[in-house]
Design a protein. Structure first.
Length: 151
């Protein structure tokens, strides 16, 4: 609840709350997309084999690169910020999203379960879709406040 409250703070921005949420969701979602694509194609060095055996350092690099590009495009288009600020937002969001993924994997390992639910078959459950968003929310809020303070 506490971490998710930062999404409400972004949305409450009177002039550009929706755009802040869209930017935050875009950089977070593309963390999974970039990490998966690069990890499948080039992943050879496991990041945390005991927690998430398929997560690789190459996939993490793909996640950071993809998020940096998405941030560099979305921040200027949606919020009028600098492209370089968007790239920083994306790169930092990728790190936070990966941390969220690993935390959730750790919880699943401790509980001895593979998936956190059956609502999204093949995706590890609904929690696998939310773990990154919850951890990235305070990071995105702070960086957006720094880079685009007018909102």
């Amino acid at each position: 609840m506490f971490l998710g409250g930062f999404a409400s703070l972004m949305l409450a921005s009177p002039d550009d709350g929706r755009q802040r949420i869209i930017t935050f969701v875009l950089v977070t979602v593309f963390s999974d997309i970039g990490g998966y694509a690069v990890g499948v194609a080039f992943g050879k060095h496991p990041m945390a084999p005991s927690l998430s055996p398929k997560k690789s350092w190459e996939g993490f690099a793909g996640s950071v690169g993809t998020c940096a590009v998405v941030g560099a495009v979305s921040l200027p288009l949606l919020l009028g910020g600098a492209w370089w600020a968007g790239a920083i937002l994306g790169a930092v969001a990728a790190g936070a999203a990966t941390t969220g993924d690993l935390i959730e994997s750790s919880i699943k390992r401790d509980l001895g379960i593979k998936d956190m639910g059956t609502l999204l078959p093949g995706h590890g459950g609904l929690m696998d879709r939310l773990d990154s968003l919850v951890v990235v929310a305070p990071v995105a809020w702070a960086l957006l406040l720094l880079f685009v303070p007018g909102g």
